[in-house]
Ligand binder design. Structure first.
Ligand code: AMP
Length: 396
């Protein structure tokens, strides 16, 4: 795996795909700078080697049309501030003016290109557009994990114009290593906690990880499809009736493969889907009509705690309750605390995919787990066992 450390950028122009798809407020101020901070070590490595950096990214969903609200010019100052170098901005990402700006770039300088998605060719993975981008730099660096699952021009196709001169930036390399640690090289016992709303959106992940984990903890809305399939009463809890056979099949497969599946045994049930609902703790398979399980109960948490305490590698994807509502967030917070303890005792813990990162950030667990993935969709696809095109294009 070629990373940025395998190259010396002295007198070289690095064409870096970053993920600067950051949130902006109505006055175009960046409200969360974590993606810019995450890309900074890669940019600094190039500059410290004595090279220059050309940064390309998308912002929002302009759908192939120029949209001033989604111009990367809005973030140029913020990038300058964080990287510590006055960034030059160019009002396009391909063409003569951009090529000129790139060729005039001196060592130590940074050039930020305009939003790639102002061109429909970007998402279409257009070859000519990719070739135009490739003219801007000597070495291609992909540091955008959030878009690594897309075969877009700047994330994948452009790489073919850099034979032997392409590599992963620090952020992308870190993501790849974290996934490897969980899926291949992790110390046993390996435990996956899968939560979230539906079985259907996690099914491919479950099937893939059954070969890799020792324990599978199931929580969240998914629980009830498993419980009903086994004959339990789930009241009005969320359930996918058409996935009940699949749920039983998963349990059978897990048994064959020696994976221990841990389902909730008690839940916090509510009489409506609302933070001010009446609540009661009940057995997971005896939820009365008119009530729905919205969080896990205390006995369940005890059970999950025991498993997590002995785990050496932990993957967490999806909340175990409706964490957006304060009254149903306790289970998810408790899981975060158990993972924190396990991590302090030497376990490797990875959180990623979909909403898990939102939950982790909301409750301040990002400093307490070993790694929080920066890519929702890209992480989900990695956990499903797919090779991401942006990663394959560098390894090629
Ligand atoms: P996902 O994006 O698949 O990880 O799903 C996350 C969503 O699942 C969150 O918005 C949670 O509110 C929701 N969720 C978790 N537990 C439940 C539950 N018991 N009933 C309904 N929704 C749930």
């Amino acid at each position: 795996m070629k990373t940025i450390d395998d190259f010396n950028f002295q007198d070289k122009k690095a064409l870096i795909r970053v993920d600067f798809n950051v949130p902006l407020d109505k006055d175009f101020n960046v409200t969360d700078t974590s993606r810019i901070e995450a890309a900074t070590p890669t940019i600094l490595k190039v500059l410290e080697d004595g090279g220059s950096a050309i940064l390309m990214s998308h912002l929002g969903r302009p759908k192939g049309k120029v949209n001033p609200d989604m111009s990367l010019s809005h973030i140029s100052e913020k990038v300058s501030e964080i990287v510590g170098v006055q960034v030059k901005f160019v009002e396009d990402c391909v063409g003569e003016a951009v090529e000129k700006a790139a060729s005039e770039l001196e060592n130590g300088e940074v050039l930020l290109l305009e939003n790639l998605r102002f061109y429909s060719e970007e998402e279409a993975g257009d070859e000519t557009f990719s070739e135009q981008l490739s003219k801007l730099g000597d070495i291609y660096v992909n540091d955008a994990f959030g878009t690594a699952h897309r075969a877009h021009a700047s994330t994948t196709i452009v790489a073919k114009f850099f034979p032997g001169k392409k590599c992963f930036g620090y952020l992308l390399a870190k993501e790849i290593k974290a996934i490897e640690k969980v899926m291949q090289t992790g110390e046993k016992p390996v435990t996956a906690i899968l939560g979230g709303a539906k079985v259907s959106s996690k099914i491919t992940i479950i099937e893939n990880i059954l070969d890799k984990v020792d324990h599978l903890i199931v929580g969240g809305g998914m629980t009830y499809t498993f419980i009903k399939a086994q004959g339990g009463q789930i009241g009005d809890s969320i359930c996918e009736d058409d996935k009940m056979d699949l749920a039983l099949e998963i349990l059978k497969q897990a048994e064959t493969k020696g994976v221990k599946v841990h389902l909730p045994v008690d839940v916090l049930a509510a009489n409506k889907f609302s933070n001010d609902a009446d609540t009661q703790f009940v057995g997971v398979d005896e939820i009365p009509e008119g009530w729905q399980g919205l969080d896990v109960g205390p006995q369940t948490l005890e059970n999950f705690k025991e498993v997590l305490a002995v785990s050496k590698t932990i993957l967490w994807n999806g909340p175990v309750g409706v964490f957006e509502m304060e009254n149903f967030a306790k289970g998810t917070i408790a899981i975060g605390n158990f993972i924190d303890e396990a991590t302090q005792n030497g376990a490797f813990s990875l959180v990623g995919g979909g909403d898990s990162v939102a939950a982790v950030k909301q409750f301040g667990f990002q400093e307490k787990v070993s790694y929080v993935s920066t890519g929702g969709g890209a992480m989900l696809e990695s956990l499903e066992g797919r090779t991401l095109p942006g990663i394959a294009a560098i390894l090629d």
